[in-house]
Write a protein that binds this ligand. Sequence first.
Ligand code: A2P
Length: 257
Amino acid sequence: MSNFYEAEVLSVHHWTDRLFSFTTTREPSFRYQSGQFAMIGLDVEGKPLMRAYSMVSPHYEEQLEFLSIKVPDGPLTSHLQNIRIGDCILVGRKASGTLLSQNLLPGKHLYLLGTGTGLAPFMSIVRDPDIYEKFEKVILVHGCRQVDELAYQKRIAEDLPSDEFLGEIVAGRLVYYPTVTREPFENQGRIPDLLVSEHFYEKLGVPPLDVGTDRFMLCGSPAMLKDTVEVLETHGLTEGNMSRPGHYVIERAFVDK
Ligand code: A2P
């Protein structure tokens, strides 16, 4: 059996000229936990060209959803950005990733910190009822350059709270903090700067960073990860992994994307 299967593209949404998302069919045997990623790609010049992509869709959804940047000369995304309904993409049969609550020590507040397409795994996690059994509050911070890059704003801020099943679970528990760095917006600033800002915690309605109560999941560019980890480590937080849970976890799969 091949390591990949073909999934059919069911919808494509172009958010900006740098960002798009799409849904595909899902093979019933393809299982994953919310927050994980799979290798996905296309046949390019007769060879499978695959990259790690987090599932935007929670583990229980029938379809798969992915969020992608468009790099004009990117080996994969220069092709992937042209996919249309009915096309096929390749999906790896195995999911993996470190953004799992079992890699974190018990806590009260879970911060999901993502920049750009780093939002993707968190879209899956905030729609997984299990996470609300483990944390009192789930705080989703999404940082982008521009307002129109804040993908899924409506889904997070409107559709989720009014969802028949999830609405009740997320009420008063899920806090969404979109932030923009290169144009005016209600929230501004880079994530590492926010983490040391009193104003940020006041707006969220929670006490400032506390190693005793706060846990973190990070997904973004190498520079964002480095600067954010620096702040967390200064506050005494340690990284968790599959063998030893900690105060924060990082998705490193996208470093070379
Ligand atoms: P900035 O506009 O100040 O560069 P990108 O689209 O380049 O991946 O950026 C997504 C978001 O991540 C932008 O808001 C960008 O801010 C921010 N960002 C870039 N570098 C860092 C960093 N070292 N730490 C935190 N955020 C960063």
